[in-house]
Design a protein around this ligand. Structure first.
Ligand code: ATP
Ligand code: MG
Length: 261
């Protein structure tokens, strides 16, 4: 069975793309078969595996999520291999900036992505499909959520990190009206800096929220994350001995165990 998980939060810079790329890579290194889907015009997930020239080339030759959505084409032919065994990806494009307009005129516009992924899901070739969402809550975000069985909300351990989280929960709740099987897997605390008290404050606030699962594993601020991104890699393959790589490996195991429950 394939479990589809999205990384979403309308708050920008909360660690969605970094976490989606690293968790996907970690799951693949654990022997899981993983497909990543880059749903953001910023192409940060794509850039975690290919350099800018290569990603832009996929944009030119129409081999990306935008063209699949625009033409309502099954996603299978858009799947590319990454350098990691068992880890594939569908890249994004800057043209995703107009995805809302493309969706506007479509029939059943909330479930286009779910339908495009249908053959890939039912084919059972992947244990996990991980989708990186943009920091916006429009019809495309609804598409990403309705296509997902589970939702991970990364939040930054900072004063504004939890700002807007209530909106995110409301949005998820509304989507569950049309997609009751979409469930929150958990809130992931990222960019933790223990020298700052905000980490503890963030954890206390989150622990006070009823019926919201917070992952045991948090991700600390680590310069290896940025060096890895500079090298078009995830930290898990770039520097396996780094703190954040170890944390993402442990997080992937936690996610895998939760999904098997
Ligand atoms: N653990 C970490 N240590 C250091 N820097 C990090 C860490 N996690 C993420 N970052 C940095 O924080 C920034 C935001 O991270 P990322 O792009 O993953 O967030 P995002 O939620 O996907 O952002 P957006 O909302 O723009 O899509 C990036 O520059 C990234 O390099
Ligand atoms: Mg992102």
């Amino acid at each position: 069975m394939t479990t589809t998980i999205c990384f979403t939060n309308n708050k920008g810079g909360s660690g969605k793309s970094t976490s989606c790329a690293a968790v996907g890579t970690a799951l693949a290194l654990m022997g899981r078969r993983v497909l990543l889907v880059d749903g953001d015009m910023q192409m940060n997930l794509s850039l975690s595996f290919f350099d800018e020239d290569t990603v832009l080339q996929y944009a030119v030759n129409d081999h990306n999520i935008y063209h699949a959505v625009k033409n309502e084409k099954d996603l299978k032919p858009y799947i590319l291999k990454t350098g990691t065994e068992g880890l594939d990806i569908i890249v994004s494009s800057t043209l995703m900036s107009s995805v809302e307009m493309e969706l506007f005129t479509k029939w059943q516009r909330e479930t286009i992505l779910k339908n495009l992924l249908k053959n890939t899901v039912s084919g059972g070739e992947y244990d996990y499909i991980l989708i990186d969402a943009p920091p916006t809550l429009g019809t495309w975000a609804v598409n990403i959520l309705t296509a997902s069985d589970r939702v991970i909300i990364p939040v930054e351990a900072s004063p504004w990190g939890l700002f807007g989280l209530a909106n995110m929960f409301d949005f998820l709740h509304q989507v569950q009206g049309i997609s009751p099987d979409t469930k929150l897997l958990g809130v992931l605390v990222t960019k933790v800096d223990e020298r700052k008290n905000y980490y503890r404050q963030t954890m206390e606030t989150l622990e006070g929220l009823e019926e919201i699962h917070v992952f045991d594993q948090v991700i600390h601020v680590d310069s290896a994350v940025e060096w890895a991104q500079d090298a078009s890699q995830t930290v898990v393959t770039y520097k396996r001995s780094s703190r954040s790589a170890k944390e993402y490996m442990a997080l992937a195991a936690e996610i895998d165990a939760l999904c098997e429950e």
